[in-house]
Design a binder for this molecule. Structure first.
Ligand code: BG6
Length: 482
């Protein structure tokens, strides 16, 4: 039975309350928290957007989103109608005056106020400013912003500056939904809750680390956005960077927000620049199940990458000499996100040379089928002498915990409740985002200067051939995507 942390009552305003993210994630997530008993008496969730809904109209919108995006087993008629009583709506003009006095009237004194800006970044400034001008935001308010947080260092700094005009850093919650994933948080539990791993967690024992986030979907209807960003901006600068930080950071002294974020920041700042020969970009071709990237993105000359693999390195005492390989892409063979920590061989083999033997690998599977797998060496059974083989010590979290995986909360559920609780541990601090862009910018600038074209790859493959070479050259190989 999952434990529910009580929270104080709140007013949560969702700007962009009729948008896709609200429909798919935010509203269904809030309902599931309600069902779990975590939404306290009197809490109010206020949709705010351009559409001319009234409360009832928006309640129908919310109930449709629950019907579509919440697991059937969790759709309870009575609970849904109770939940809908928390829902309100205010039509608002983000760039004008309309609706603001109504919203101001709705806010209650002495209640936690959270403003979720589920809108494009160009509206962050105007919304933050109006929230203040109309006396809606106060010192106790929290503001939540979505990715993309800028498209380079300059624009990210500008967004930080705009938010800083109206809010203090401790009020700003920059979402990276990967941090809300249970298994991503588990990375910290596994590393720092066990004595077993940490002594080996350094370049003396770790040969290299591979982080893979492979998707089977294409860009679909998001081509317009995606074509201006590509995988580097869409996935590496944020989600993969966060995974890298959690796997590589020093143990924070406590699980307090700034203690954790200070350590993550140090990792990002210690990342070496990436050279052109350490990067492979790709773009998917047409396949049996769908059109090519260029058709989907409606840009026949597009040079945006739907796949990227790169080698990076953290220049610090712990990791000097251990390469880190990142790879992410769309329309790949399987949907799998995992981190593999590949250990070095024992310093001396008492069994003589063992052809083709591979060392210990710890794989943390983030999704799907969350779990851990440790490859260990044992003796091949039978009288054939001392021959070594590898076997997996495999653990599926769902099996180990005796559930069917349905109990894993969606990332947004956790993150929204953390906002209400005022806990920033799983949110990115302004300096972290800026440091991530400072590392990303020159990499992108270099390939733009070279007019580099991504390599074509077949849908359903593991990406362009060249990405295999990236590791082969170093005498290593990627784990299979399956
Ligand atoms: C989003 C990206 O942030 O993350 C998408 O914009 C990507 O392109 C998605 O598909 C992946 O998230 P998840 O939770 O499905 O791994």
């Amino acid at each position: 039975v999952s434990r529910v942390i009580p929270v104080d009552t709140f007013d949560l305003v969702i700007f962009g309350g009729t948008g896709d993210l609200a429909r798919r994630k935010i509203l269904p997530g809030l309902y599931v928290r309600f069902l779990a008993g975590q939404i306290p008496e009197g809490a109010r969730i206020v949709g705010a957007a351009r559409s001319e809904f009234d409360d009832d109209g928006y309640r129908s919108f919310v109930s449709e989103s629950i019907a579509e995006f919440v697991a059937k087993s969790k759709q309870d008629k009575t609970a849904i109608s109770e939940f809908l009583k928390c829902i309100h709506y205010v039509p608002i003009d983000a760039l004008g005056k309309g609706g603001w006095p109504d919203l101001a009237k709705l806010m209650r004194l002495d209640t936690i106020r959270a403003f979720y800006l589920s809108v494009g970044p160009r509206l962050f400034g105007p919304l933050a400013e109006r929230l203040h001008a109309h006396g809606i935001a106060n010192d106790k308010s929290r503001i939540v912003v979505e990715k993309p947080f800028g498209r380079d260092l300059k624009s990210a700094c500008a967004l930080n500056a705009v938010l800083a005009e109206s809010f203090e850093e401790h009020q700003i919650y920059r979402i990276d939904h990967y941090l809300g994933k249970e298994t991503v948080q588990n990375l910290m539990a596994v590393r720092f809750g066990n004595i077993l791993f940490e002594p080996l967690w350094n370049s003396q024992y770790v040969d290299h680390i591979q982080i893979t986030v492979a998707e089977t979907v294409g860009v679909g209807g998001r081509g317009g956005y995606y074509d201006k960003s590509g995988a580097m901006r869409d996935m590496v600068q944020n989600h993969m960077m966060q995974l890298l930080c959690l796997i590589a950071m020093e143990p924070p002294s406590t699980f307090e927000p700034d203690a954790v974020r200070d350590e993550k920041l140090k990792v990002i700042r210690a990342l070496d620049p990436v050279e052109s020969h350490e990067i492979v970009r790709g773009q998917y071709l047409e396949g049996e199940n769908g059109a090519s990237y260029q058709i989907e993105a409606e840009n026949p000359d597009s040079h945006a990458e739907s796949f990227i693999a790169l080698r990076t390195h953290i220049s610090n005492w712990r990791w000097n000499g251990t390469p880190i390989y990142l790879r992410t892409g769309k329309r790949l063979r399987a949907r799998v996100s995992e981190i593999a920590v590949v250990f070095k061989d024992p310093p001396h083999s008492i069994f003589g040379p063992q052809e083709g033997r591979r060392g210990n690998v710890l794989v943390i599977r983030l999704q799907p089928d969350e779990g851990m797998n440790l490859r260990v060496t044992i003796k091949e059974p039978g009288p054939g002498g001392m021959r070594l083989i590898e076997v997996p010590l495999d653990m599926s979290f769902a099996e180990a915990l005796g559930n069917d995986g349905d109990d894993i909360p969606d990332a947004y559920e956790r993150l929204i409740m953390d906002v209400i609780r005022g806990n920033q541990t799983l949110f990115m601090r302004g300096d972290e985002v800026e440091a991530a862009w400072a590392w990303t910018d020159p990499i992108i600038a270099a390939w733009e200067d070279r007019h580099d074209k991504p390599k074509p790859y077949d849908p359903g493959s593991s990406g362009p051939e060249d990405s295999l070479m990236l590791l082969h050259r170093d005498g290593r190989r990627w784990r299979e995507i399956r």
